[in-house]
Write a protein that binds this ligand. Sequence first.
Ligand code: BGC
Length: 283
Amino acid sequence: MPDDQRQIVDQLAKRPYAQTMVGHKALVTGASSGLGRASALGMARAGADLVIDYNGSPEAADELAHEIEALGRRAITVQADVSKEEDVEALFAAGVKEYGTLHAVLSNAGIQRDAALLDMTLEQWNAVIGVNLTGQFLTVRAAVREYKRRGPQPEVSAALGKIVCMSSVHQQIPWAGHVNYAASKGGINMMMRSIAQEVAPMRVRVNAVAPGAIRTPINHDAWATQEAYDNLMKLVPYNRIGEPDDISRAVTWLLSDESDYVTGATLFVDGGMTLYPGFAHGG
Ligand code: BGC
């Protein structure tokens, strides 16, 4: 990334977060790295206390908890594999035990197991669908159950509860070599909207954020070398890679009352990747 762009994103990340999540108890799945980590920090900066779910990296989760505590907020870490029903139940039980309830949930945990169709194993297919789609179903169901059990708390939020599902531009853009991943994100789109329709009368809001290419470990190979970065930029009209904080700002907005009339929406945060840049000249 050119130096002038680096300065711009550093400046952007320093902007304060408005105190829009004060009093909120928020849970993030897959929070030990990438977008989950950044969003947990953003919500803490906006005033929330956090439940940090991790699967394989207790040290990274602990480090995040310390960073959140340094911001003056509370944090607990819980190990849970979101593709397992009993793990998700235990995760939510731990959060409710610590804080009494939850008000905002980011269903974020996601993986890639890339392979060409002809080589893709059933294990690779099942692993991605299990975490990315079934895991989000289990997480969202547990969130709605907790909001319903707790009942309204208007001093904290106008909504009974709020949920954001982490989607991807690949809920819309087909992706050769990644059929399991694209199918999981396409599934999240209809899952999120169907659940949003079902629970809106309860005053539960459910939305999605669909990131494009963001600088995280999941797509390291797409930005780590100059050549890879230049190739990636052919797909990004705004001409810079996204930073995890770009996603955190969108997530925090959707999980706060700033967006109280928004439900069933997908917010693309992608520097224009879904604008079909190949058509800028031609067609
Ligand atoms: C994927 C990344 C990819 C990006 C844009 C994301 O959902 O996880 O690996 O770089 O989409 O293609």
